[in-house]
Design a protein around this ligand. Structure first.
Ligand SMILES: *Cc1c(COP(=O)(O)O)cnc(C)c1O
Length: 413
């Protein structure tokens, strides 16, 4: 191992192998079996709301099947939080629907309930039709403003799908994210709070919905010897091996979550006092983020070493001039980029062996989605311009965090 500090590495607990060995010995090397059922039971218990959970091959698959469960199809509109990772929006396109992006509010960085209300009214006025569903996200683990959002959704009678891929173990008023809306999505990708090497789950409202989800996840085949199909199906179940990793990870889930929360508190204590740096915090005591990633906003007033070079390189790569073969040169450049002080900080930290990343670029500014309707208030773009994700995984120790903190301080002019 070198001494680089990475953003978020997965970590095995030592409890995984027995489940995998058992699977091998029983010849359960297939996308069903005792680990799949066992992992689902573990998740149901962890979430604590008596809701059936279906384990799947990815969080993206869970979003796709959640939209199908809500009956979303061709010609429908789906409202999606713009400030998110692309996997929240791509499945809207898989089912042939139109995503309508809605901006965030500044406390949680998640969908703005007032703008959501406005957007729904405006869509109805413009298209004569209600949006079919709403996708809310718990960004970097921060619970969305459920109370306010569900009130708006209830007023218009539109079901909500909750993308809690980053919020495993986060709580709102003591209740786990993923259990507040009609469907909830979890992810166990390699970089998420716990991992199955790749996997996800759909939290369903009832057994009927869970059965329907399993049906679509296993090629939509009806129980004839020759298989009969009346629907288009998918191959989205999780493998019994992956689920075995998940069962092992459940032993340490609470420990990992506590570690991530500790990391955020530590950054807050040692960086929160630096003028111009704001560590993202729970807005009030309803919120209890898992702080999957600790994030910070860097004020425009902060000057960073090497900023002029970062600015110059951004310019050359936009105009495609000499020296444009940078990390970014193949990107489609737009006028929406992180601020140069943030970019200089990222590059400066990378030179010191510390990996950081800008916040998610809002979906309404992504070339692939920019042609779809968007309701904006400037919050998501402002966050993208000023934000940075700090190393946060189970491998990041207090000593590592000290190095991150001191390196950041050393790069500020
Ligand atoms: C990771 C992630 C997903 C997708 O999960 P996968 O398991 O990687 O498919 C969806 N939404 C958000 C916000 C994510 O961060």
């Amino acid at each position: 191992m070198d001494d680089r500090i990475l953003l978020r590495m997965c970590r095995m607990s030592g409890h995984e192998m027995p489940f995998i060995t058992e699977a091998f010995e029983g010849e359960w090397v297939v996308p069903l079996g005792p680990n799949v059922t066992g992992f689902e039971k573990d998740l149901e218990k962890f979430l604590g709301e008596n809701l059936p959970v279906v384990a799947l091959s990815s969080g993206t698959a869970a979003l796709h099947l959640g939209l199908i469960g809500l009956g979303v199809g061709e010609g429908d509109e789906v409202i999606v939080q713009s400030m998110t990772f692309s996997a929240s929006v791509n499945p809207v396109r898989y089912v042939g629907a139109t995503p309508v992006m809605v901006d965030s509010e500044a406390d949680t960085w998640n969908i703005d309930p007032e703008l959501l209300d406005y957007a729904i009214a405006d869509r109805i006025e413009k298209t004569g039709k209600k949006p079919k569903a709403i996708v809310v996200v718990c960004l970097y683990g921060m619970p969305a403003k459920y109370e306010e959002i569900l009130k708006v959704a209830g007023k218009w009678d539109i079901p909500v799908l909750e993308d809690a891929a980053e919020a495993f173990g986060s709580e709102y008023e003591g209740r786990k994210c993923g259990t507040f809306c009609k469907y909830g999505v979890l992810s166990f990708n390699g970089n998420k709070m716990i991992t199955t090497s790749g996997g996800g789950a759909l939290v369903c409202p009832d057994m009927e919905a869970a059965k329907k989800t399993m049906y679509y996840a296993t090629q939509a085949r009806l129980g004839y010897a020759y298989y009969q199909h009346v629907d288009v199906g998918y191959n989205y179940r999780i493998s019994n091996i992956s689920a075995g990793i998940g069962r092992g990870q459940m032993y340490v889930a609470d420990e990992y979550i506590a570690h991530h929360r500790h990391r955020q508190e530590y950054y807050l204590k040692h960086l929160g006092c630096v003028e111009g740096i704001t560590i993202h915090c729970n807005p009030d005591n309803r919120f209890n983020s898992n702080f999957w990633l600790s994030t910070a906003l860097i004020d425009d007033s902060i000057r960073i070493k090497g900023e002029e070079e970062a600015y110059a390189s951004a310019i050359t790569s936009i105009v495609g001039g000499a020296g444009a073969v940078t990390e970014q040169s193949s990107d489609v450049h737009t006028d929406c980029e992180p601020n140069t002080n943030v970019e200089a900080l990222r590059l400066g930290l990378a030179k010191l062996g510390i990996e950081t990343r800008p916040l998610w670029k809002p979906m309404h500014r992504q070339p692939v989605f920019s042609k779809f309707p968007a309701y904006t208030n400037g919050v998501a773009e402002d966050l993208f311009h000023r934000g940075i994700c700090l190393p946060s995984g189970p491998y990041v120790t207090d000593r590592d965090a000290d190095r991150v903190i001191n390196s950041i301080k050393s790069l500020i002019l």
